[in-house]
Design a protein around this ligand. Structure first.
Ligand code: NAD
Length: 446
């Protein structure tokens, strides 16, 4: 068990902090946002994530607390995790938060007599931990890495919407380190996570594993979308059936000796839809592309992955245009606003470009998302969009309904609209509905 400070208490920092505390470590979460820290110390989670608030309340003031005092937090702990944001600035990865956090941790290490370990948990392009973080720590502390303190890299693989479960029962733990001692400290922190595959490696490889994982998943989504768009253009083909046929390949869904078939979760990434979003896939693939270009190794495939994704929300607009060449004054219900179910995260959600386009065409928009409503209202606060309290209110009177997030609540949409006087057009951006159960149905890849 370790005393751990976590710098940056966003999705990753808070989930890691609460879960590591639940497993018996002593955690101090640090954030520069006083409001966030106050909320957390009152047992309120600033983000929506299943089970997070319950675990936060359980561990608060037992072996978990939050603070804005980074210096003290480092002095009082053995290991610091950096979990600050690493946005894409339009050209390359923005390391300003990483650099500032490293500088502040270094200043604290300067005044610490005991050995300390600093671990980068944020997603950073290969080379960042060794070539950016480590030198800043040395400079700010006046001490020597490897002798006075250790440096490691522990990428995070949690999925928003399933973050607590993913952290508590990880499929893999990747521990990068500049030396054995830096890895050992992380092993101690994770010592109670049994049954998980642990991969020990150097910092650069750990960094690359994270990008490779996200890039593959993003590639599968863009691949499916490109196939879906072609199916729609050819006509008489439904991409859902095509993908079903693909999934039945025994190399994708293996058949056991007893004849039973396994359907691996990754086949859910081989499905067409209105595009990927979130705080990770777009920014990480863009960052890797930029890094490749900088090294004279352009990433042709991953550049195409991003191009396909950027145009994918337009498919929804094209489907709508088929029925409403002019959208001015047309009542349209947008169902689902977050980039995926289980979260209120609106970052890079396909709902943003789609709603923006509908606004520019003067459609009368009603929007509904029981979880992401507040976040969406912040983004579209000076618009005429009506944010509805319940699903029926949103679809009532709509001439078109667009489904953009795969929330369970939308699964029985066919029953709800069967009560409508005039059947609205339904555009299924996630191919989650039974196309035969809806009178006027359009879907991606159909
Ligand atoms: P976030 O934006 O939700 O949180 C970052 C937090 O860091 C903010 O609360 C900010 O106030 C704080 N911060 C920034 N600089 C600070 C400083 N010097 N001192 C104290 N606090 C500081 O970010 P996130 O979504 O948790 O992502 C963090 C990192 O983890 C990113 O690199 C991301 O790519 C990676 N990651 C995210 C996810 C995810 O699902 N969100 C999954 C895996 C990896």
């Amino acid at each position: 068990m370790m005393k751990v400070s976590i710098v940056g208490t966003g999705y990753v920092g808070l989930v890691s902090g609460v879960c590591l505390a639940e497993k018996g470590n002593q955690i101090i979460c640090v954030d520069m946002d006083q409001e966030k820290v106050d909320k957390i110390n009152k047992g309120i989670s600033p983000i929506y994530e299943k089970d997070l608030e319950v675990l936060l309340k359980k561990n608060l003031n037992v072996n978990f607390r939050a603070t804005i005092d980074l210096y003290k937090a480092v002095l009082e702990t053995d290991i610091s995790l950096i979990a600050v944001g690493t946005p894409f600035d339009g050209t390359e990865i923005d390391l300003s938060y990483i650099k500032e956090a490293s500088r502040q941790i270094g200043m604290a290490i300067k005044d610490k007599s005991a050995y300390h370990v600093v671990i980068v948990k944020s997603t950073v392009v290969p080379g960042t931990t060794d070539e950016v973080v480590l030198p800043i720590l040395e400079e700010a502390s006046g001490k020597q890495a490897g002798r006075d303190f250790g440096v490691g890299m522990n990428p995070e693989f949690l999925r928003e919407g399933e973050a607590v479960g993913d952290f508590m029962f990880p499929d893999r733990i990747v521990l990068g380190g500049m030396d054995k001692k830096s890895i050992l400290a992380q092993e101690e922190m994770y010592s109670v996570f049994d049954n998980s595959d642990v991969l020990k490696t150097n910092n650069k490889t750990a960094e690359m594993i994270k990008y490779t994982s996200n890039s593959l998943l993003a590639t599968m989504i863009s691949f499916s979308n490109e196939i879906g768009n072609l199916c729609a253009a050819i006509g008489g083909i439904d991409v859902v059936e095509v993908m079903k046929g693909l999934h039945l390949d025994k190399r994708l869904s293996p058949i056991l000796e007893n004849g039973e078939r396994i359907t691996p979760a990754f086949t859910t990434y081989l499905q067409a839809g209105c595009g990927f979003g979130g705080s990770c896939f777009p920014k990480d693939v863009n960052a890797l592309n930029a890094h490749g270009k900088k090294l004279g190794r352009p990433m042709w495939l991953l550049e195409a992955v991003m191009k396909i994704n950027e145009q994918q929300p337009r498919q929804i607009i094209h489907l709508l245009e088929k029925h409403f060449p002019s959208m001015a004054g047309i009542p349209i219900a947008v169902l689902g606003l977050s980039f995926k179910p289980g979260t209120d995260d609106m970052r890079e959600s396909p709902a943003i470009p789609i709603i923006t386009e509908l606004i520019s065409r003067d459609a009368k928009i009603k929007a509904y998302d029981s979880v992401a409503r507040k976040e969406a209202m912040k983004l579209f606060n000076d618009t005429d969009i009506i944010f509805c309290d319940d699903l029926d209110e949103a679809i009532n009177g709509a001439e078109a309904i667009i489904v953009l997030t795969c929330w369970d609540e939308f699964k029985d949409l066919n029953h709800r609209i069967s009560r409508c006087e005039k059947q609205p057009l339904v555009i299924d951006g996630r191919r989650m509905l039974n196309k035969h159960s809806i009178e006027r149905y359009e879907g991606i890849g159909l």
